[in-house]
Design a protein around this ligand. Structure first.
Ligand code: FAD
Length: 480
């Protein structure tokens, strides 16, 4: 009987999960270093020992890439850290990323059986520990790679969807080339999610791992401009489109083109990818406002508001039209934002941006809202309160209300079916599109979602692509 089983039998499982050491809020708002510091080996083993090693574990059902969670946690509990990362990497090419940014509270940890009576096992923190432990040792262990199949696959976009397809197909012996529009690979992981939440060296390490499997990454290459999908199909046997959802939405209210109004995409790209926070050592400038209003309530909004504080803003506000329980951001990131001093203006809707005679933003006209009946999303619909208008002074606004896929690929690929929001239509179970030889997955199909969902879609597509490339499955089922 394992020590954990003995503890379980004696009812000696720790109730609370172990907290992860973090920089203090006062310290961290003055730097861009990672907020969370990670478990030590001792803390990781202690936390892993809380896992009940259930006969019928539920946690795995909550993971879109079906990681063997009990398996890798068991290895950590027994102190076999290298073995734990081996188990993880059988399912997930990006464990250091997922351990940091996955919404575990809505997925694996939500289904953890321990969570019915006490805190669920801190699965995300343990995943991060295992990946960081391997990184600290230096060399990553490579999986066995199948002999070359002679088949060539092109992947559009180097975000989590593209990286997952690339690594899964490279291991099967296919020759893979990733085409990336930006000058650095990683997708949103490098241009969107800030350094203090996901250090760039971590993404680079994961990209290096995929390269070490033999995948070629070509940056500064815009598919749809430099070369179309149809032209790629002349050279490659199959194409996967994982081009993400990089087209920001705006509120479409008067004054949105004033100086000082940014989309979250532009704001975060300037800071993260272009290193605007180190201007003038780096070329890209970024406005350093006194009072910033970030409109929206998701992870992107939290990242923008926290970035503004680190750039020296006196006040950084989240302006959200619903209330706290409806915030779509991860709870941990909302708490981090609160600790750092971000001010939350709930039930508030901007209706007009106001500027001075030189075209610079000076504030917003807003309305107060109340919550009405639930809408299609199941959340209560915000309704304006009559006569509640007020002026909110601010010298920068970051609009963070969502994104849709960039229209370039659909516009230059007439044979590919697209949906209402400009998304590429792909089969849920396989990622197949309406065009023979072309698969798609991640945000370009679903609209802005999560890293792990993009990876899950990549995994399914890779499975289907491999079956097709190996001649085991037709692209279109007979009769179509
Ligand atoms: P992306 O990551 O967007 O990658 C697509 C890549 O394709 C990009 O590099 C793009 O440059 C490239 N590309 C686009 N068009 C072309 C073209 N024509 N030719 C060549 N290349 C092209 N998710 C979470 O799970 N947890 C979080 O905490 C979280 N925080 C987030 C914070 C921010 C600021 C943002 C913006 C998103 C966040 N997300 C989070 C969402 C998550 O990052 C995305 O859902 C995920 O990255 C989608 O992966 P993807 O591979 O589909 O696309």
């Amino acid at each position: 009987m394992t020590e954990r089983k003995r503890r379980k039998r004696k009812g000696k499982v720790r109730k609370d999960r172990l907290p992860m050491p973090k920089q203090t809020p006062q310290e961290r708002v003055r730097n861009f270093d990672e907020v969370a510091l990670g478990f030590t080996p001792e803390l990781a083993m202690e936390e892993a020992k809380r896992c009940l090693d259930c006969k019928k574990p539920k946690c795995r059902d909550g993971c879109p890439v079906e990681v063997d969670i009990p398996g890798f946690v068991r290895e950590i509990a027994e102190g076999r850290f290298e073995e734990s990362i081996r188990v993880l990497k059988l399912y997930n090419a990006l464990p250091a990323v997922c351990g940091r940014v996955c919404p575990q509270e809505e997925q694996c940890e939500k289904l953890c059986i321990l969570g019915k009576k006490m805190d669920p096992v801190a699965i995300g923190r343990l995943e991060r520990f295992a990946a960081d432990h391997e990184a600290a040792l230096g060399e990553a262990r490579l999986p066995e790679i199948a002999p070359p199949t002679g088949k060539k696959v092109a992947i559009v976009g180097s975000g989590p969807a593209g990286i997952t397809v690339a690594s899964d197909l490279a291991v099967k012996g296919h020759q893979v080339v990733i085409y990336e529009a930006l000058h650095d690979p990683g997708g949103v992981l490098v241009y969107g999610i800030p350094e203090f939440r996901l250090p760039k060296r971590i993404v680079q390490r994961e990209v290096d791992y995929v390269s070490s499997l033999g995948v070629e990454v070509r940056c500064d290459y815009i598919v749809g401009r430099t070369r179309t999908i149809s032209s790629l199909l002349e050279e490659f046997d199959a194409v996967f489109v994982g081009a993400g959802a990089g087209l920001p939405w705006f509120l479409n209210i008067p004054g949105e083109n004033l100086n000082g109004v940014y989309s979250a995409n532009e704001y975060l790209t300037r800071v993260n990818l272009m290193k605007g926070y180190r201007f003038p050592d780096h070329d890209t400038p970024i406005k350093r406002p006194r009072k910033v209003a970030v409109i929206g309530g998701g992870n992107v909004a939290m990242d923008s508001a926290r970035t503004a504080l680190r750039l020296g803003a006196d006040e950084s506000h989240i302006v959200y039209r619903r209330s706290r329980p409806e915030l779509p951001a991860r709870e941990e990131e909302v708490e981090n934002a609160e600790e750092e001093g971000v001010i939350f203006d709930f039930l508030t809707l901007p209706v007009r941006m106001v500027g001075d005679e030189r075209g610079w933003l000076t504030g917003m006209d807003c309305l107060r809202m109340e919550l009405g009946e639930p809408d299609a999303s199941g959340r209560r619909r915000p309704v304006p309160i009559e006569g509640s208008d007020f002026f909110m002074e601010c010298d920068a606004v970051v609009v963070s209300i969502g994104n849709s896929p960039n229209p370039l690929i659909p516009q230059t690929t007439p044979d590919i079916e697209t949906g209402r929001w400009g998304n590429i239509v792909a089969e849920d179970a396989t990622g197949k599109t309406s065009m023979e030889g072309v698969w798609a997955g991640g945000d370009v199909v679903t609209g802005a979602a999560t890293v792990i969902n993009a990876m899950g879609a990549g995994r399914k597509a890779a499975r289907s692509m491999h079956a097709w490339l190996s001649g085991e499955e037709p692209f279109f089922p007979e009769g179509d």
